[in-house]
Design a protein around this ligand. Structure first.
Ligand SMILES: [Zn+2]
Length: 156
C-alpha cells in the first residue's frame, strides 16, 4: 500500500478509525437499501461526520430509523475488518476505482467488513466492528440532488 499516505493519515489527529469504519458500513447500507452509489463526498471527524449521496429526495423518519437499526446490527455482529490486496486489473472488475489516486501502486488495498462490505481504501479502520460503538443519524437534508447524512457515534 501507499506508505506515505498511511503515515499522513496516522499523523492527522482528527482522523478517527471508528468514524471512518462506520462510514464504510453506512455506505454499504445505503447501497443495499436505496440502490444509490456510495457517498461521493464526506467529512469524517471524531465528534460528528457527514456523508453526501447523489439522491432524488430527503429520507423519511422511518427510513432514518431503519438505517440506524441496520448499521447497528452490523456493528453488533462484531464482524472482522481485514485488508486484502488485488492487482489493479482484478480490482477494476469488482470495484469503482474512480476515487483511487492516479499514482496509487499496482496493488489495490480492499477493506472487507465481514461479508457485508468490500471497498478499496487506504485509510485506517477498526479491527472488529464492535469497536465502533452505537451509530446514530443526527440529521439529514436534501438540496440539488444531494442527500446529506450527519451522524455520530456513542462509544459505550
Ligand atoms: Zn476506509
Amino acid at each position: 500500500m501507499n506508505e506515505d499516505l498511511h503515515q499522513e493519515i496516522k499523523s492527522n489527529k482528527q482522523y478517527n478509525p471508528q468514524m471512518h469504519s462506520a462510514e464504510h458500513i453506512l455506505n454499504q447500507t445505503m447501497v443495499r437499501m436505496f440502490n444509490c452509489g456510495r457517498s461521493f463526498s464526506n467529512h469524517i471527524e471524531k465528534k460528528k461526520s457527514k456523508c453526501d449521496y447523489h439522491f432524488n429526495r430527503n429520507l423519511t423518519e422511518e427510513e432514518i430509523k431503519l438505517i440506524n437499526i441496520k448499521v447497528n446490527e452490523v456493528i453488533q455482529q462484531d464482524l472482522i475488518v481485514r485488508e486484502e490486496f488485488y492487482t489493479k486489473e482484478e480490482a477494476r472488475e469488482k470495484f469503482n476505482l474512480s476515487k483511487l489516486p492516479d499514482d496509487a501502486g499496482e496493488k489495490v488495498r480492499v477493506i472487507n467488513i465481514g461479508e457485508y462490505d468490500a471497498c478499496p481504501c487506504s485509510g485506517l479502520h477498526v479491527t472488529h466492528t464492535n469497536e465502533i460503538g452505537n451509530f446514530k443519524i443526527i440529521s439529514t437534508d436534501f438540496k440539488e440532488n444531494v442527500l446529506r447524512i450527519r451522524f455520530k457515534l456513542q462509544i459505550e
